[in-house]
Design a protein. Sequence first.
Length: 276
Amino acid sequence: MTRFHYYFLQYVFFTAFTFIFITITPFSRAEAQAAAIKPSGAAIEKSLQGGRHFKINYPKMGSVHVWVPKGYVRKTAGIVVYLHGYHTTVDKAFVDHKLAEQFQKSRQNALFIVPACPSGKDESVVWNSLSQLKKSVQAANIRLPDGETVVIAHSGGFRTVRGWTDNRLLKQIILLDAMYGGFNEFKEFIATGARAKNRRMILVTSDTDTQTRQFTKEFSFAVTRTGIPADYTGFSSREKKSRLLYVKSQYDHYGIVTSMAVIPVLLRLTPLRILP
C-alpha cells in the first residue's frame, strides 16, 4: 500500500466516522432526554362523563389528567393533548374549563391528555418533550394508541407546543388565542419543514388577531373565516380541507375555552375518527 492510499483510507474512515457521530449523537441525546418519568404513585381512576378519568402525579412535573371516552377503540384511536394557559393550573383548568365534558361533546375516538403547563411568564415549561410526556403516561400503566397526535394550546400554552413541532407523530396544532410567539417553529411546522405538507394548523383569535394575521399573510394556502360555527357542518369544504385555517372568534380570550362551543367543534376538523 502506498503512502497516498494509506492517507486516503484514513481520510475516508475519519469522514465516515464524523458523519455517523454528528448524525446519530443528537438523536441519542434527544432520546435520553425523552426518558419516561415515573409517577409518584398509582394513577387515581374514577368514572367521569361516561368515560374513565385518571389523575397521575409526577415528582416536580405536577399532575397529568387522562380521559378516555366511552366507546373508545384503541386500535383506531389517536391522542389529543390540551395545554392550558396562564393564570390557572392543570387541576383548575381541567375542572373550570369542563374539559372532560368538552372532549365528550367532540365525539372523537381519542385518548385525551392534559399535562401541567406554566401558569405565568416567569415559570418554566414543564414538559419540554412530547415523547417524554407520552412515555411518562405509559409508565403509569396507561396504554397509548398508535394513531396521530393533535395538540390544542390556549394562550401561554404556546410556549410548550412550540418545542414539540419537530415530533414526527404530531399532525395538527390548534392554537386558541395563543399566537404570542413561536413564529419560526410554527412556520417550519406548517410550511418549510420536511413533514409540513402532511400537517395542519387552526388558529383561533381574539386578543392575538394582529399577530395571527401577520403570520398567515406569508402563506398562500391559508384560509380565513369569521366566527366559530354552531357545529362542524357550518364549515365550508375549503375550510375543512385547509392546511392552515385562521378563524376570527366571536368569543373573547377566556370564552374560547369556557363557552363549550369552540373546542368540540374544532376537534371535528382533525384526522381523528368519530366514536362508533
